[in-house]
Each structure stands twice: as structure tokens, then as C-alpha cells.
Design a protein around this ligand. Structure first.
Ligand SMILES: Cc1cc2nc3c(=O)[nH]c(=O)nc-3n(C[C@H](O)[C@H](O)[C@H](O)COP(=O)(O)OP(=O)(O)OC[C@H]3O[C@@H](n4cnc5c(N)ncnc54)[C@H](O)[C@@H]3O)c2cc1C
Length: 414
């Protein structure tokens, strides 16, 4: 039986970053996952480090809701049987989507986003993974002048925060990305300080290796077996029992499999999403992620090919995949960029663990001594992983946190 200062459960980008930050602060740490690090949600994202984000996702207007309801919207899909379960979350999400609340969330999240790229860069430098980082920004394309104008509020707030962005004509956009078809869009906005990653799995694995190099241990085990014994936390792993003073839950969309047994029932919303890699035709290439804002998908250059990621699907986490959104977005994507054949026979799918207020929970678990939470990073888990790791490690070691963690308190749900 082994003893450590802290157990971190879940080796996605969030848990791995927490474990690494704790190890850097001199704690003995065991990072436990049922699989290899980075193979959960952190494997499949669009690879964007969205440090320039101001507004979170918001509830759509009536016209979009009708389109979604009739399964005509490219950006969203749902399983009818899941609607009763997700309805309370959707109502709460709508409540959090008023202009005032979106501005409030932007203010609350800003210090985290501001650190997103630099915190990744710091870990990349020490883990030898800077080669996966692209500091080429991202492009948001608009097919209609109206939608470009509708997003003026986002640009206005970004200006207030001093976040760099440039409104581009079709010709300027084409100069940046010559393989995009100029007839597919009317305007774009370039966000130069956004970074992206060419292989999210390789990055989490590199962070996990760095953690091991600092003396941390990566173990295999089922987090549902977490329990208390003699005043300590205990996990049964493939390497035997591991006892710890503190435990961190960073299980992404699976956090709900463990927390209820400790009386912690969070109002999680899960937004499933898919990706599929494609080759390119001719000499086509892409230097940065591109969002087709009116069609609700992203294309990102990855080591495996061009990764096309879809928007939200409201369905039970473990329900069989229904990648119908590809049928809706692929014609638009092929019109925009010369995609070749799919690299894999089937798309990948995963689930974004989201709270309706678009804020994660980072901090102590209510009513559970020495249990800490790093959950609900939603659409931004890759972006916020290292900053989350630093903030939580600072809280756990009673150092001065780099930002006020109060907005991320779990108590807001209890
Ligand atoms: C289609 C899509 C596109 C996205 N694009 C972006 C993007 O461009 N930028 C961005 O910032 N974010 C993006 N995200 C969100 C981001 O990927 C997630 O927020 C992030 O990966 C969550 O990380 P995590 O470490 O919390 O969870 P995960 O990576 O899911 O890690 C949780 C870990 O827990 C483990 N686990 C589960 N159950 C158990 C158990 N019982 N015992 C032990 N271990 C267990 C799993 O194996 C897994 O490794 C996207 C998500 C999707 C789905």
C-alpha cells in the first residue's frame, strides 16, 4: 500500500494539469485514470486555446430554436428521449444568456482566459511539447453580413478588454488562408492571439510524462471505488491501495459517476460533440482553425488531417452515437475548403461537461473535507486546463491564487 499527499482522479487535460501543478509544488501525487491519460474528451476537441474568448455560448434566438427543433440546424442536434432530462438545464442556460449575464460571465472568466495561452506555454516548455503549439490565431467566418453585424457586441467588448482582433474583407481572409473558397463567406474576424494545438492527445501525454519526471505516479483504477478509510482517501488501483490526505475529482463528463455517492449532485449539462479527420485535395492547406459561424462547425489542421468538429448534441452521455450533423455540415465544409476523404471509417464522439452559467467548479467540495473539484470546463477544457491546474494547486497549497476563485465555488449550486 502506498501513501501520497494527493490523489487526482481523471487524467484528461484538466486532471493532468492539476497533478502536474501539485507535483511542481512538492506534493507527492498519484494520477489515476481507468485508461491512458488524454484519451477521454481531451483527445477529441478542436484544439483551440481560446484565450481571446469574451462571451460564452448562449441560448439561441427563436428562429434558431425552431430550426433545431425540426432538426434542420447544422450546429445542434438532440435525442427526443433526452429532452425531459435536459429541460431544466436548458431553462437555466436560457436564464444565463441575457446580455447582462453574458457580460458578467465575460468579466468573471477574463482573468482565466488571459492566462490560457501563457499557462500552456509554460508547461509546454518544460515538457518538450511546444512543437504542437501554433500561434497563428483563428478565423471566424460569416456567410451573411447580418450575422457579422450581430457579433458586433463581441468585438466591442473584446476592444474594451484590449483583446486583439481584426475585421477582414474576403480578399484579406483569402490572403491569410488561400485554400478557403472566397465565395463561401462575406466577412471574417481574425483573432491573432488565439493559439491552437496540432495534436491534443500528444499534449496531454507530454504533460503526464512531465508529471512522472517530477516524481508523480500515473496509475490505473476505477474512480467509482474511491472511499474513506481511517480519515484518509483510498483508491484501489492496479498497483494496489493508494491512500491520500487529499483527493481531486477531475473526471470531466464522468464526474457524475462518482460525486453523488458523496452527496454532491451537480446540475451538469452534457453537450456531445463529434470530430472526423479528412484529407485534403490538391495542394490545399490550412494554417489555423476556422469557424464557419453560420453553419456551426470548426475545421482545424491536425497531425491526423483536417479535423472537422461539430456543435452540440443533447443526448445521454452513453447513448449510441448519432453523427447526423456531418450530413448537415459536410456540404458547407466542402464548399468552403477542399476536404478529401475521411481518414477514419467512423467519427469520434465525446461530451463537453457544461454548467448552465458557463463557469467551471474549481475549489473545495462542499461538506467533504479534503476533497477538491476541477469540473465543468465545458467548451473550454483544453483552453483552461493548465490555468485550472495552477489555480487549484495554489488553493490546495494555501498559496496566493493568481485570480479570485470565488466565482467558481461549488456552493453556488447548493
Ligand atoms: C467536439 C468537441 C470540441 C471541443 N473543442 C474544444 C476546443 O477547441 N478548445 C477547448 O478549450 N475545449 C474544447 N472542447 C472541450 C474540451 O475538450 C473539454 O472541456 C476537456 O477535454 C475536458 O477535459 P477533462 O480533463 O475535464 O475531461 P476528460 O478529458 O474527459 O478526462 C476525464 C478522464 O476521466 C477518466 N475517467 C472517466 N471515468 C473514470 C472512472 N470511473 N475511473 C477512472 N477514470 C475515469 C476518463 O478516462 C478521462 O481520461 C471540445 C469538446 C468537444 C467534445
Amino acid at each position: 500500500m502506498a501513501r501520497v499527499d494527493a490523489l487526482v482522479l481523471g487524467a484528461g487535460i484538466v486532471g493532468t494539469s492539476v497533478a502536474l501543478h501539485l507535483a511542481k509544488r512538492g506534493l507527492s501525487v498519484a494520477l489515476v485514470d481507468r485508461a491512458q491519460p488524454g484519451h477521454g474528451t481531451s483527445y477529441g476537441n478542436a484544439g483551440i486555446i481560446e484565450g481571446s474568448t469574451v462571451f460564452p455560448q448562449s441560448f439561441p434566438d427563436l428562429a434558431r430554436v425552431v430550426k433545431v427543433a425540426f432538426k434542420q440546424a447544422p450546429e445542434a442536434n438532440y435525442h427526443l428521449s433526452f429532452l425531459p432530462q435536459v429541460a431544466p438545464w436548458l431553462l437555466a442556460f436560457r436564464k444565463w444568456s441575457t446580455p447582462e449575464r453574458l457580460i458578467e460571465t465575460a468579466a468573471v472568466m477574463r482573468p482565466m482566459f488571459a492566462k490560457a495561452v501563457s499557462e500552456h506555454e509554460a508547461i509546454m516548455a518544460e515538457s518538450g511539447s511546444a512543437k504542437y503549439l501554433r500561434k497563428t490565431g483563428w478565423l471566424k467566418l460569416y456567410r451573411e453580413q447580418r450575422s457579422f453585424e450581430k457579433n458586433e457586441r463581441e468585438r466591442g467588448l473584446a476592444t474594451n478588454y484590449g483583446i486583439a482582433h481584426r475585421e477582414l474583407s474576403v480578399a484579406d481572409t483569402h490572403a491569410l488562408e488561400p485554400s478557403l473558397s472566397p465565395s463561401a463567406f462575406v466577412r471574417s474576424v481574425f483573432w491573432p492571439d488565439v493559439a491552437s494545438i496540432s495534436n491534443p492527445l500528444a499534449v496531454t501525454l507530454a504533460y503526464a510524462q512531465r508529471f512522472s519526471a517530477l516524481g508523480g505516479v500515473v496509475l490505473t483504477g476505477d474512480a467509482r471505488k474511491l472511499h474513506r478509510t481511517d480519515g484518509r482517501w483510498r483508491m484501489d488501483t492496479d498497483a494496489g491501495h493508494v491512500d491520500a490526505t487529499q483527493v481531486v475529482i477531475a473526471l470531466g463528463p464522468w464526474s457524475d459517476d462518482v460525486l453523488p455517492q458523496f452527496g454532491l449532485r451537480f446540475p451538469f449539462g452534457l453537450k456531445r460533440g463529434y470530430h472526423w479527420h479528412f484529407g485534403t485535395t490538391g495542394n490545399a492547406s490550412l494554417a489555423r482553425p476556422v469557424l464557419d459561424a453560420d453553419r456551426g462547425y470548426v475545421i482545424t489542421p491536425m497531425e491526423q488531417g483536417i479535423r472537422l468538429t461539430t456543435g452540440a448534441e443533447f443526448a445521454a452521455r452513453d447513448a449510441a452515437p448519432t453523427p447526423v450533423q456531418f450530413g448537415r455540415v459536410l456540404p458547407s465544409a466542402r464548399e468552403l475548403f477542399p476536404l478529401g476523404q475521411p481518414v477514419e471509417p467512423q467519427p469520434w464522439h465525446g461530451a463537453r461537461p457544461c454548467f448552465a452559467d458557463s463557469r467551471p467548479v474549481i475549489g473545495p467540495a462542499p461538506g467533504q473535507q479534503n476533497m477538491w473539484l476541477a469540473i465543468g470546463q465545458g467548451h473550454w477544457g483544453l483552453t483552461l486546463g493548465p490555468a485550472t491546474g495552477r489555480l487549484l494547486a495554489e488553493m490546495m497549497t494555501e498559496a496566493t491564487p493568481f485570480m479570485d476563485p470565488a466565482p467558481f465555488r461549488a456552493e453556488r449550486f447548493f
